[in-house]
Design a protein around this ligand. Structure first.
Ligand code: SF4
Length: 377
């Protein structure tokens, strides 16, 4: 889609933004250039994948640790997926880590370990969607490729006073076309970064800080007094809620963890096995059924361990964890990728989602309480 933009207007918009960006740019670890002013494409790639669904402040320390652990594409490619998931633990959206790992192996096999600068080749790698493609091409390779994330969507909807739902496919198409028409051949990376920074710091959700904005006099929403009411977002659907159970199956000092199937949500992570309650089931009935189906065992459900509420993007859960004792059968990985016996001290070696980490924390708190009580008596 071609968007006709006045050349002078576009150039003014571009240089104002780039000049502003040069004075405002936050120092972030993934923005460091080498001596020649170039950025390492691998660092840009990892950062963009991490930033897809996670904020800058959270990503900072994860990024540093990840790069220290996997300093090159080759190092990432030759590491087991378990190690990559462990390094990703707590960042959420684990499909990103699985895709990054898979893509690193493809980069080594097909591109000699160098991230390709060709758009078609890059786009074929797992986990690189249209936004990430534009970010890598412009930031790492200096190519005039467009980007559109939440921040950029908001800025463009305001600058062009777009009064349609910004998530509607037709509007999305227009926004991409605008981003493409705006990105300059000179300094496309600096332009795209400034556009993102403007959305993150000045053209913020709710009430934007227009008086500090470098493109205020070019902004249609500001001129029409629409800046506080744009962008138009789709109405939020009510998110469903599920009760979910998890069993901490004990055998003496050992407890059982199961690995989630790779093709499922949170695939490859380890958990206390269990699952979603069906209509009319009690929590104990649900847990017994789930462990029968998943591991082929019969258990006696004991004391509650903890209750963990958690919100995912499209639904919420309340996770009810219980101590369990094996009554019959030896756990097998029927609906799990793997099962292992471990101890409370050694369980940290397994990459776990944040909900299961909270179960571990509750188990440790209880173990400490019991130790203190027995010391005092
Ligand atoms: Fe956003 Fe205000 Fe700048 Fe327009 S003038 S781009 S609404 S901050």
């Amino acid at each position: 889609m071609q968007v006709p933009l006045d050349t002078l207007w576009r150039e003014e918009f571009g240089w104002r933004l780039v000049e502003w960006g040069a004075t405002q740019r936050p120092t972030l670890p993934w923005r460091l250039a080498d001596g020649s002013g170039q950025r390492d494409p691998y660092r840009v790639w990892v950062a963009e994948i991490m930033l897809q669904q996670t904020g800058v402040t959270t990503v900072g320390p994860y990024f540093e640790r990840f790069l220290a652990r996997f300093p090159t594409v080759a190092a990432l490619a030759e590491s087991p997926l378990d190690d990559v998931l462990k390094a990703w633990e707590g960042l959420g959206y684990y499909a990103r880590a699985r895709n990054l790992h898979r893509a690193a192996r493809l980069v080594v096999e097909q591109h000699g370990g160098e991230l390709p600068s060709n758009a078609d080749q890059l786009a074929r790698l797992p986990g690189i969607g249209r936004y990430t493609l534009g970010a890598i091409l412009s930031l790492a390779f200096g190519q005039p490729a467009p980007i559109l994330d939440g921040n950029v969507r908001r800025v463009l909807a305001r600058v062009f006073a777009i009064t349609e739902d910004v998530r509607a496919p037709a509007t999305e198409k227009t926004l991409w076309a605008l981003s493409e028409a705006l990105v300059p051949v000179e300094a496309p990376g600096a332009f795209n970064e400034a556009l993102m920074d403007l959305g993150a710091t000045i053209c913020i959700p709710g009430r934007p800080r227009c008086l500090a904005c470098p493109v205020m006099t070019l902004c249609a929403a500001r001129a029409q007094g629409l800046q506080d009411s744009l962008p138009i977002m789709p109405k939020r659907k009510q998110t469903p809620h599920y009760d979910v159970t998890a069993g901490v199956i004990w055998r003496g000092e050992q407890l059982l963890v199961a690995q989630r199937p790779l093709d499922k949500m949170l695939g490859g992570l380890w958990e206390f096995p269990g699952g979603k309650c069906q209509a009319g089931e009690t929590l104990a009935e649900c847990l017994k059924r789930e462990l029968r189906e998943e591991l082929g065992v019969e258990v006696a459900v004991g004391e509650p361990v903890t209750v963990v509420p958690h919100a995912y993007t499209h639904f919420r859960i309340t996770l009810h964890a219980f101590d369990c004792a094996l009554v019959e059968g030896e756990p097998q990985a029927i609906e799990a990728a793997d099962v292992r016996w471990t101890t409370l001290d050694a369980v940290d070696q397994f990459a776990m989602a944040v909900t299961d980490q909270q179960i571990v924390a509750a188990l440790r708190a209880e173990a400490n309480r019991l130790t203190t009580e027995s010391t005092e008596s």
